[in-house]
Design a protein around this ligand. Structure first.
Ligand SMILES: O=c1[nH]c(=O)n([C@H]2C[C@H](O)[C@@H](COP(=O)(O)O)O2)cc1CO
Length: 140
């Protein structure tokens, strides 16, 4: 199973460690196409490799097309994550959005208000693992 994991990069990296943990968890169930979202210094690595924003966009959309499911951590608001979710919604792929309500960020109505998205509210990794697993198993 191919999994597209979406998480904030230029929107802010406060949750980077959590993304890495979620990706590690998801990798037990399939291939995470966007492993770099959880890695340190992702932008510096892309810049050093001479990858342009256009290439980042096109590669991302290609991975999105090849994904069976989409899992997004949406607590840190990100234009890129919102864009990916909008495109995913158009394809009808299963989308799961993970949100921590005890954060300072209110979840957008464009995410919570889309009935096609499964929104899981949680506090920490331990509290979300089994629900995430349920979601993944549903589409395996
Ligand atoms: O360097 C990047 N590489 C990359 O893959 N992305 C994709 C994956 C993330 O799920 C999403 C993050 O968007 P943003 O950078 O606007 O927070 O966009 C985004 C960037 C930077 O915008």
């Amino acid at each position: 199973m191919n999994i597209f994991f979406s998480g904030s990069i230029r929107g802010g990296r406060d949750d980077r460690d959590l993304y890495a943990d979620l990706i590690e968890h998801l990798e037990r169930h399939g291939t995470v196409l966007t492993e770099h979202v959880g890695t340190e210094n992702v932008e510096q690595t892309e810049a050093a490799a001479g990858i342009t924003d256009g290439e980042i966009h096109d590669q991302d959309v290609e991975w999105l097309r090849g994904a069976d499911i989409v899992v997004a951590e949406v607590t840190t608001p990100s234009l890129g994550v919102g864009y990916e979710l909008g495109r995913a919604a158009e394809t009808g792929k299963p989308v799961c959005c993970l949100y921590r309500p005890d954060s300072a960020h209110e979840l957008s109505a464009m995410i919570r208000g889309n009935d096609a998205f499964e929104v899981i509210e949680y506090r920490d990794l331990e509290g979300v693992e089994s629900r995430l697993e349920e979601f993944v198993r549903e589409y395996r």
